[in-house]
Design a protein around this ligand. Structure first.
Ligand SMILES: *Cc1c(COP(=O)(O)O)cnc(C)c1O
Length: 397
């Protein structure tokens, strides 16, 4: 079916909650995606940080298809090997004790909030349930995670919103400390605010948050839905901050393209989450776990060193481009700020015309290439970006 028909049918029947790019993707391999009429795209989006091994990695696709032919789903009433293998490896890689599997980032964050509240309830009783999150954060689209998201634009239309969330400015430890009272149970943050504009938190602020959590026995929830699983050059972004979290959530890159979320918890948090406290029909699905196991097995130290090397190459190249005022982010999660008069959305559209797919976040261009990106792919992307930006004039947009 040609692109025009696919787009017309989609527009007729899909609820219009997304502004899609006006292109159809039909197949892909590695960093490249192809359209029905043979269009070819170099993909620096990874399906928003999801396709960590690129499109249709052979080992990943074979593991997934083998598992689909063997046993596709059991529910959580039974044990399966792919699920327990993934859980063991995630605990080993993160230093946390136990994992709960969900199906998305928002769902993982819901689980994290529940686990923090349960810990607090078991130890301190009712009423100590407020979660402090950061201004400009993004934690998901369910009602609780929308409320947790510290952006007023998300707190419209769908009320009543949940009680029990308050917001502190990133970097302002005094402001945050003032919000803590005898109703506070947790602080939740992203180490690099992704949707909020690709902004990395200040390490000193993060250390101060950890100390505050220790002092008041608050759970520190780190939302690594986007930063986790190698995206920033280490398995968790926490490692680069020397941060010991009580709860970590993962999702996007973990399944290599299939839906999965994970809530990783420390011993003290795990203790409260007994049978019946939480659940999911699909969570821990063996096909999805088989894919995630391949992602984890590939992300060894050597692979992660490659991610850091390529991230440095990409960052240095971006800093040299015309009209660029700042490159933000960490590892292969980068934001590019332009001079006034250059709109990131216009850069995105012009890149797409030239066969390069990129993202935006707030006023920035955002790059989330697959973790298997090569030096050659980065050179190609930089050449296209350079052409696009050379053709733009901030004074006459
Ligand atoms: C994408 C994202 C989410 C939401 O994940 P979904 O899978 O879309 O529910 C939550 N937190 C962060 C930091 C994210 O980047």
């Amino acid at each position: 079916m040609d692109s025009e028909k696919v787009i017309a049918r989609d527009n007729n029947y899909i609820l219009h909650t997304y502004n899609r790019n006006p292109i159809v993707l039909e197949k892909g391999h590695g960093l490249h995606a192809y359209g029905p009429e043979g269009q070819s795209y170099l993909d620096f989006t990874s399906g928003i940080g999801v396709n960590s091994l690129g499109y249709c990695d052979l080992e990943w696709a074979e593991a997934v298809s083998r598992q689909a032919h063997k046993l596709q789903h059991t529910s959580n009433l039974y044990y399966t090997a792919p699920c327990s293998k993934l859980a063991k490896n995630l605990c080993r890689r993160t230093g946390l004790s136990k994992v709960f599997f969900a199906n998305s980032g928002a769902e993982a964050n819901e689980g994290a909030i529940k686990a923090a509240r349960k810990y607090s309830h078991d130890r301190y009783g009712d009423g100590r349930s407020t979660v402090i999150t950061l201004v400009n954060s993004f934690h998901g689209r369910t009602l609780a995670t929308l409320t947790a998201t510290g952006q007023a634009g998300f707190h419209q239309y769908f009320g009543p919103f949940n009680e029990g969330f308050v917001y502190a400015a990133a970097g302002d430890i005094d402001g945050l400390t003032k919000l803590v009272n005898d109703r506070t149970c947790a602080i939740m943050l992203e180490l690099v605010q992704g949707e909020g504009g690709v902004v990395a938190l200040d390490p000193l602020f993060v250390r101060q948050v950890r100390s505050l959590c220790d002092e008041k026995d608050l759970c520190l929830i780190v939302d690594e839905v986007q930063t986790g699983v190698g995206r920033t050059g280490t398995f968790l972004a926490c490692e680069q901050y020397n941060l010991r979290p009580d709860i970590v959530t993962l999702a996007k890159g973990l399944g290599g393209g299939l839906p999965i979320g994970a809530v990783l918890v420390s011993d003290k948090v795990a203790a409260g989450m007994g049978p019946g406290t939480h659940g999911s029909t699909f969570g821990g699905n063996p096909v999805v776990c088989a894919g995630a196991n391949v992602v984890l097995s590939r992300l060894d130290e050597r692979f992660l060193a490659g991610v850091r090397e390529h991230a440095a190459q990409l960052r240095a190249g971006l800093e040299k481009l015309p009209h660029v005022t700042e490159v933000s982010g960490l590892g292969l999660m980068l934001g590019v700020q332009f001079e006034e008069g250059i709109q990131a959305a216009d850069v995105l559209a012009a890149c797409r015309e030239r066969g390069l797919l990129v993202l935006t976040a707030k006023t920035r261009l955002r790059l989330l290439p697959p973790l298997v990106v090569t030096a050659h792919d980065i050179e190609r992307a930089l050449v296209i970006l350079d052409e696009v930006l050379c053709g733009m004039d901030p004074l006459h947009p």
